[in-house]
Design a protein around this ligand. Sequence first.
Ligand code: UDP
Ligand code: MG
Length: 320
Amino acid sequence: MKQKMPRLYIVIPCYNEEKVLPMTSGMFLEELTSLISEEKISADSRIMFVNDGSKDRTWEIIKDLSMKDEHFIGIAQSRNRGHQNAVLAGLMEAKDKCDITISIDCDGQDDIHAMTAMVEEYLSGSEVVYGVRKKRDTDTFFKKFTAESFYKLLNKLGAEVVYNHADYRLISSRVLQEFAKFEEVNLFLRGMVPLVGFKSSCVYYDRHERIAGESHYPLSKMLGLAFDGITSLSVKPLHMIMSCGMVVSVLSFIGAIWSVVSQITGSTVAGWASMTCIICFLGGVQLISLGVLGEYIGKIYMETKHRPRYIISERTEDHD
Ligand code: UDP
Ligand code: MG
C-alpha cells in the first residue's frame, strides 16, 4: 500500500454533450465522493471536463457545475480538435496537479463504477490501468466485428495495443511526465501509452448504450482513427511494399525465362517475348525501388516524431 492517499483527476472530453452532461455529471460526482469516503483518494480530487469546442450549451453547463460544487472544474479548447486531442489536453493540464488521472467519455457508456477497481490496482502498484470491455453486446454486429478486427490487425502490424481497450484508463502522473516527452501530433493514445512502459494491469467492465445524445464517431471518423493508428505506430506497410517488390521480381524473372523459351520454341508472334521481358523487369525494379524509398521514408518519419529514446522507471539509492 502507498502511504499517502492519491489525488485523482477524472478527465472527461465533452463535445456537444448538453443532453448527457446534466445526467452523467451527478454519476461522476457520486463515484468520486464514494472513493473519497472510502479513503482511497484524497478529498481534493477533481472531475475535470474538457470542452472540445462545443457548439451547444456544454461549456455553460460545465461552468455552472463548477460554481455549484468545488469538485467540478473545466477547461475549454479554443476550437474543436477531436477526442484524442481533448483527452491529451486534459491529461497534460492535470499531470502536475494530481497523482493519478482517469480518462473516460462523458456519455456513461463506460462503467463509471470500474474506477474503484482501477484505483485499487493503482494502490497495489500499477502505474497504468487499462479499462477493457468484457462484452460488446450493446454494439451492433458491424461495430463489434470492425473494432475487433482492427485490434487484431494492429497487433499483427507490430503495434502494441490492449485488446478491446479504448480510452478508459488510469495513468499515474509519473507516467504522464514521461508521456509528455512524446511530441507527435498524430495522436492515437491507446497505442502510445503502452510505449511508455511501467507496471500496468487491466480492469474488465461491461459497455452500455449511450445515455442520451448521439455518437460523434460515424464510420468515416472511425476509419480515420484506425488509419491514424496504423500509420502512427507502424512502418510495416512500407516494409510490405519491399517484400511485394521482391516477390514480383522473382515472378518477373521466371516470366522472362518463360517468354524467351516460348520464343525459341517458336510458339509466339514476333516482338511478344521482348515486350513481356521489359514489362516484367520494369514491374519488379519499380516496386523494389519504391520499397527502398519507403524504408528511408519510414526512418525519417520515425525520427521526426522525436520520441524519447529511453525512459528510466527506477533507480537504486545514491550513496554519494
Ligand atoms: N468527443 C470530443 N471531441 C470530438 C468528438 C467526441 O471530445 O470531436 C468526446 C465526446 O464528447 C465523448 C467522447 O469523446 O465524451 C467519445 O465520443 P462518442 O461517445 O461520440 O464516441 P463513441 O462512444 O460513439 O465511439
Ligand atoms: Mg460514446
